[in-house]
Design a protein around this ligand. Structure first.
Ligand code: NAP
Ligand code: GLV
Length: 308
């Protein structure tokens, strides 16, 4: 089995050592030392230059080092190439922590209090108990479910929304187009953990915000392309939404002077919510290489027609 790593040199060398110890039969190469490109069957990468793909005529699998695959232009990749997203505890645990932090911060009005501190204002708002706060998570995949599990101990009233019907203990689950309106009506704090696809691009827009309770709050930890930025600013200005915590933006980084940097109702972080951990992610890769050798389904293989 011949595999090429494309990305930071230090990660490539570390993964080559670990993979070679676990699976001595794998010939693990680190770009740019490709050797004979016709021998490469599997590629591990975040983004892939077109020229690299074109130079690998026998490539069968592309393993993303992250949970998302929207950084790859699927239309430009060979149609029979298998694409596998990363499911590993480093990403899942950090995302679950971040969502718990963000939902608690919005539940307890942290953006309002930070703005108050900056303005020298000493004021407060009533806060309902967590069991009366309704939180909705869009996307019930590996990360949406981990986020819900991290929120559950706080006692929030939880709901979730996915494409196909799901069942999760303690979570009111909605699905598909017909489930969206009742799900949004429930969501006083809405968390977006959807993959970015043709169906989900710009799903966080003024129509979505209008379907949420007045004064609702937003957490976007998925992709900047889910959000219509002007619609968020409008909803914050007219009071339909009261605050937002954004970990992702479009583009990244946002240009200097962008209103999100200074808006008093927005807390912004630089795409740090769910972080691939080098030392744990390599074991997810090894596990999938073993599955491949055994002819088993791969964890995280995407359906290219659905785009996730
Ligand atoms: P996943 O396991 O593929 O789950 C995706 C979920 O979204 C599934 O529940 C799916 O429904 C649902 N979904 C997809 N399209 C939908 C649609 N049109 N309508 C309703 N529901 C839809 O993905 P994941 O591993 O949880 O990751 C989610 C996303 O998080 C990634 O794609 C990435 O963009 C983002 N992310 C961000 C960071 C960060 O640091 N900010 C880090 C990692 C990942 P079904 O259950 O019916 O399939
Ligand atoms: C990060 O955003 C990822 O997709 O893993």
């Amino acid at each position: 089995m011949k595999l090429l790593h494309h990305g930071p040199e230090a990660r490539g060398k570390h993964w080559r050592d670990v993979v070679s110890r676990a699976l001595p039969q794998v010939d693990f190469r680190c770009w740019p030392d490709v050797g004979n490109p016709a021998e490469i069957e599997h590629l591990v990468a975040w983004t892939v230059p077109d020229e690299l793909i074109a130079s690998l005529p026998n490539l069968r699998t592309l393993f993303s080092v992250g949970a998302g695959v929207d950084q790859l232009d699927l239309d430009r990749l060979p149609p029979d190439l298998r694409i596998v997203r990363m499911i590993e505890p480093g990403i899942t645990d950090t995302m679950a922590d971040y969502v718990a932090m963000a939902v608690l911060a919005l539940h307890r009005d942290l953006p309002f209090h930070i703005a108050g501190q900056r303005a020298g204002r000493w004021s407060w708002r009533d806060v309902p108990p967590a069991r009366e706060r309704r939180v909705g998570v869009m996307g019930l995949g590996a990360l949406g479910r981990a986020a819900l599990a991290a929120l559950a101990p706080h006692g929030f009233e939880l709901a979730g929304w996915s494409r196909s019907p799901r069942t999760i203990d303690g979570v009111d689950c909605f699905a598909g187009d017909t489930g969206l309106a009742p799900f949004l009506a429930h969501s006083e704090i809405l968390v977006c953990l959807l993959p970015l696809t043709d169906d989900t691009r710009h799903i966080l827009n003024r129509v979505t915000f209008a379907a949420m309770p007045q004064g609702a709050r937003l957490v976007n930890v998925a992709r900047g392309g889910h959000l219509v930025q002007d619609d968020l600013l409008e909803a914050l200005d007219n009071g339909q939404l009261s605050a937002a915590i954004l970990d992702v933006a479009d583009p990244e980084p946002l240009p200097a002077g962008h209103p999100f940097f200074t808006h008093p109702a927005i807390l912004l972080t630089p795409h740090v919510a769910g972080i691939t951990r080098t030392d744990s992610a390599v074991h997810a890769l090894i596990d999938n290489l073993r599955r491949m050798s055994a002819g088993l389904p791969l964890a995280g293989e995407i359906d290219r027609r659905r785009g996730y």
